[in-house]
Design a protein. Structure first.
Lengths: 112, 111
């Protein structure tokens, strides 16, 4: 049972475009949603996160939009750069549990 | 800045051998994890320790066993490796706010 779903599986955009990565979840107890960025040969690193009390979180070119009612969120990367090419994981944490559940990831390629 | 250290980063071995991966975090966190990342990049939690106590133990084969000497160290032993154990094993520690810090990973190849 996949509790956190991501789409698309892979995405290619041109440099300067906005990349939109989608995530949805099932468990209504999830209240913290971090996005992790992973480059080949490295471990995932926290990129940006949002708590369920907010509907938007912005950090430079990265913005999370959160819709609690629909249990959906998205990561927008504006002015995409080739250096943004990586795999992005949406994750979810419930205050009741001690484990972070990850989606399957979206592989982003930014072409120059 | 790396604060979760894993060794070795790569290990190639044959079916039936024993393997150990070590992990140390210098962040002062109480909670540490082992995740398995397969060839499709799927991340699955295996174990979680809080201050040397096992608190999460997902359904993993018995040949996997975590070992913690103190809250800064969490090692993973695989008693008799199988081909399906080939993967990247990621150690992580967690802040109380929920943020995970991952190591670079230990890639296991079982021939």
């Amino acid at each position: 049972q996949q509790q956190v779903r991501q789409s698309p599986q892979s995405l290619t955009v041109w440099e300067g475009e906005t990349a939109i990565l989608n995530c949805s979840y099932e468990d209504s107890t999830f209240n913290y949603f971090p996005w992790y960025q992973q480059f080949p040969g490295e471990g995932p690193a926290l990129l940006i996160s949002i708590r369920s009390v907010s509907d938007k979180k912005e950090d430079g070119r990265f913005t999370i939009f959160f819709n609690k009612r629909e249990k959906k969120l998205s990561l927008h990367i504006t002015d995409s750069q080739p250096g943004d090419s990586a795999t992005y994981f949406c994750a979810a944490l419930s205050g009741s549990f001690n484990k972070l559940t990850f989606g399957a990831g979206t592989r982003l390629a930014v072409c120059p | 800045e790396t604060a979760v250290f894993q060794t070795p980063n790569y290990h190639v071995t044959q079916v039936g051998n024993e393997v150990s991966f070590n992990c140390k975090q210098t962040l002062g966190h109480d909670t540490m994890y082992w995740y398995k990342q397969d060839s499709k990049k799927l991340l699955k939690i295996m174990f979680s320790y809080n201050n040397k106590q096992l608190i999460v133990n997902e359904t993993v084969p018995r040949r996997f066993s975590p070992q913690s000497s103190d809250k800064a160290h969490l090692n993973l032993r695989i008693k008799s490796v199988e081909p399906e154990d080939s993967a990247v094993y990621l150690c992580a520690s967690r802040r109380v706010t929920g943020q995970l810090y991952f190591g670079e990973g230990s890639k296991l190849t079982v021939l």
